[in-house]
Design a binder for this molecule. Structure first.
Ligand code: PEP
Ligand code: MG
Length: 747
């Protein structure tokens, strides 16, 4: 092989550019490119393998291997040296291929004669497209320069593939972004939606990966980077007073924008013949590939910053805007790598569904999507690279599945499902005003969980009899800075106005653990779920607690007020908090404010310890609400956020139900009202069993009220209690099988 000097690679890219401009298409173009590369670098073999499906690579063109093997030789991801390059996304350079780990002999290609092997992944912004292979008889490793030159070539091939340069016959040469694909992720908000892709950040398309005049390209890059730096400095200037987190992000931007290493690598790429935008994209692709491998959250954040910055730079260079000028399609389904709560609220209810490449079940965007009742699937790998604006898409938020450009059969099955859900919704709407009384005459109170202004319309259209849990921290979480007291007063007023006569239970700030306020000093804790959170923070930071209590009292302004403290683990915590309430009332009185008509102060039972508090506690507290999400996590010692364990223990496990029964008894002794406000209250079968255990108020997501009510109206709790008692008596671990069987026999 020839020395891969910069001029060599520029020459090679020059020939590639001519090839790009030629009339040839598909297979012919690919054939010409492989011989061109082999010829330019004087290697005996040059082959291009492309993916024919997610897991299978196919030899699509070769110079030097047997032509009969083209479109016949295939390997799976990870299989043979080529498959290993594809899997790792990393270059493999060996002088002795047959001895390399994973080598697979493929007689049809006649490759046994070749000793040296260089495999370079063909990938674009994290999307794996194939592998470029160069082989030669001479046993030697290629020089760093040669490898570099071929990496640049692989990048150009990826761009050409994206632009449809190799479209031809067969699955491996089929056009990109046109086949139907099913992508799996995690369900974050239930519901199904059909619509069209709307990319939150449309991809920048690089149409000129190879440049003729490196000097001009260097100038363009320097100018663009300068513009970027000025832009970042300006943002920093404007944000001087902003919160620390935001400043940190901008500082990180600035660091990258001034990073010598970043600049140098891009300049080198340009020297080798890439255009300025292709050089930026090459860096971006590498950052994305690294992102896939890094697990440290801090490093991931920084790589994401670099990705953002590259996008900005690409926009400056190509003049392509943040939106590509397209209008929101009908029934838009938002696709993004991640999205902040503010941006999501701006789209608001115009969206039919949301699919995020990253995101998480507990993220702020998820909180907003839930409030807006928009189906959401998170952790959908490849979605931002696969989807194109306007693509037909189906989102199944119940299963966490996304169908992109679906086949007709999938569409019709999906539409049947939506129609069934719509029918069920009609049924629920017809019982909206019906009070929830079971067949044996038990009256159950169904109320809803809320936390954002976007939740308020649900008060009327869900049939909720009130708000059993208003998570006040959500308003704090979606902002960049601590809200002022006057803002809180206005918000709480709006909530009470919307509720009218219905009772609203305001839970005081529940922060810490998974709910981290971006503007509060982050305390590193070994185990945040067991750490400084909720009422513990409130009691240690009285100023914030007082401000919130004041805001609540003022918002009530003569109306009844209900306050609930989260995460009370022992009676004294509740007493101290109650003392703060009383002090705040006195102060408000002194200041001449109108006091609420009545004030109830309750506690959330989220740790097993509180269930065993002295009976006096149950006498003192105005009401108790079981926070089942946390209670279950501590009861079973299973992290609610940890996918490996969070579904391991059943709510209908006899131990847990017996525990719930014990709490019911303790509240009954004192005549203390008891409710349940964890996610389980919104699951019909679980809700039924909780009611059977004696819980009379269930607080859930608004969308769950219909299904839960529908089941309760048909249920006879007396006989269900017997089923549960019998299952317990038989020594079963969970009463679920018995309950399900009983339910089946009911119909
Ligand atoms: C709970 O823990 O069950 C609860 C309702 O509170 P959160 O989910 O907000 O922690
Ligand atoms: Mg909780």
């Amino acid at each position: 092989m020839a020395d891969g000097t910069e001029t060599e690679s520029r020459k090679l890219l020059g020939r590639l550019r001519e090839e790009m401009a030629s009339e040839a298409a598909g297979q012919e173009r690919l054939d010409r490119i492989t011989s061109l590369i082999a010829d330019s670098i004087r290697a005996e073999v040059c082959s291009v393998y492309l993916f024919r499906d997610e897991d299978t690579l196919e030899l699509c063109a070769t110079e030097g291997l047997s032509p009969e093997a083209v479109h016949k030789t295939r390997m799976r991801m990870g299989e043979g040296l080529v498959g290993r390059v594809a899997l790792s996304g990393k270059v493999m350079n060996t002088a002795d291929a047959p001895s390399a780990k994973g080598f697979r002999y493929m007689p049809e290609t006649g490759e046994e004669r070749f000793s040296s092997f260089l495999g370079v992944p063909i990938q674009r912004l994290g999307e794996k497209l194939g592998v470029l292979v160069v082989q030669s008889r001479e046993a030697r490793e290629l020089s760093a320069d040669e490898v570099y030159a071929l990496e640049v070539v692989a990048m150009v091939l990826a761009e050409m593939a994206e632009l449809g340069a190799f479209v031809g016959e067969g699955a491996a040469l089929s056009p990109l972004h046109q086949q139907s694909v099913q992508l799996n992720g995690g369900p974050a908000q239930e519901g199904s939606a059909e619509g069209h892709v709307w990319l939150h950040e449309p991809r920048v398309v690089v149409t000129n990966p190879i440049a003729e005049d490196p000097h001009r390209e260097l100038e363009r890059l320097t100018e663009a980077v300068e513009e970027l730096r000025v832009g970042v400095d300006k943002m920093l200037e404007i944000s001087r007073g902003a919160d620390k987190e935001q400043l940190q992000v901008l500082e990180a931007y600035r660091m990258f924008a001034n990073s010598k290493g970043w600049m140098r690598r891009m300049e080198e790429d340009i020297d080798r013949g890439l255009s300025a935008e292709a050089a930026v994209e090459k860096e971006q692709s590498q950052a994305r590939a690294r992102m896939g491998q890094v697990t440290d959250p801090y490093l991931r954040e920084r790589l994401a910053d670099l990705d953002d910055l590259s996008n900005r730079l690409l926009r400056i260079l190509t003049g392509q805007g943040k939106t590509d000028g397209a209008d929101l399609p009908p029934d838009p389904i938002l696709i993004a790598r991640n999205i902040g709560p503010g941006d999501l609220l701006e789209y608001g209810r115009s969206l039919r569904g949301i699919v995020l490449e990253e995101g998480s079940v507990g993220s702020h965007a998820t909180i907003v999507a839930r409030a807006l009742a928009i189906p959401l699937v998170v952790h959908v790998g490849r979605i931002t690279t696969e989807a194109l604006n306007g693509d037909h898409i189906l989102v199944d938020g119940d299963q966490g599945v996304v169908h992109l450009r679906p086949e007709d059969t999938v569409v019709s099955a999906f539409r049947d499902k939506i129609a069934m859900q719509a029918k069920a919704q009609e049924r629920y709407a017809s019982i909206r005003e019906t009070p929830t009384v079971t067949r044996d005459g038990e009256r159950i109170n169904l109320v809803m969980n809320a936390g954002l202004m976007a939740d308020l319309p649900s008060l009327n259209n869900s049939g909720a009899e009130g708000v059993g849990l208003f998570r006040t921290e959500l308003q704090f979480l979606i902002r960049n800075q601590m809200p002022k007291r006057s803002e809180l007063v206005a918000q709480y007023q709006r909530v009470l106005d919307a509720a009218g006569d219905k009772r609203v239970v305001f839970r005081t700030l529940d922060i810490g653990s998974d709910k981290v306020l971006p503007y509060m000093k982050h305390v590193a804790e070994p185990n945040p779920a067991l750490g400084w959170r909720a009422i513990r923070v409130g009691l240690d930071k009285r100023g914030v607690m007082r401000m919130q209590l004041q805001a609540l009292l003022r918002a009530a302004n003569g109306r009844p007020l209900t306050i609930m403290f989260p995460f009370v683990a022992q009676a004294d915590e509740f007493r101290e908090a109650k003392w703060e309430v009383n002090k705040t009332i006195e102060r408000e009185k002194r200041l001449g404010h109108v006091l609420p008509e009545t004030i109830e102060v309750g506690a959330m039972l989220e740790t097993p310890s509180l269930a065993f508090a002295p009976q006096k506690f149950f006498d003192e507290v105005d009401f108790v609400s079981i926070g089942g999400n946390d209670l279950k996590q501590f009861f079973f010692a299973a992290d609610r956020e940890n996918e490996l364990v969070r579904r391991r223990y059943d709510t209908l496990n006899v131990s847990f139900l017996t525990f719930i029964e014990r709490i019911v008894e303790r509240c009954n002794i004192s005549g203390t009202p008891l409710s349940f406000c964890g996610e389980d209250a919104g699951r019909p079968v679980e809700a039924l069993c909780l009611a059977a255990m004696g819980i009379r108020t269930l607080s859930m997501r608004p969308a769950s009220i219909g299904p839960v009510k529908s089941l309760l109206l048909r249920a006879d709790l007396q006989s269900l209690r017997k089923i549960i008692a019998d299952a317990r008596h038989r020594g079963e671990q969970s009463v679920r099988p018995a309950v399900m069987e009983w339910l089946r026999n009911q119909n």
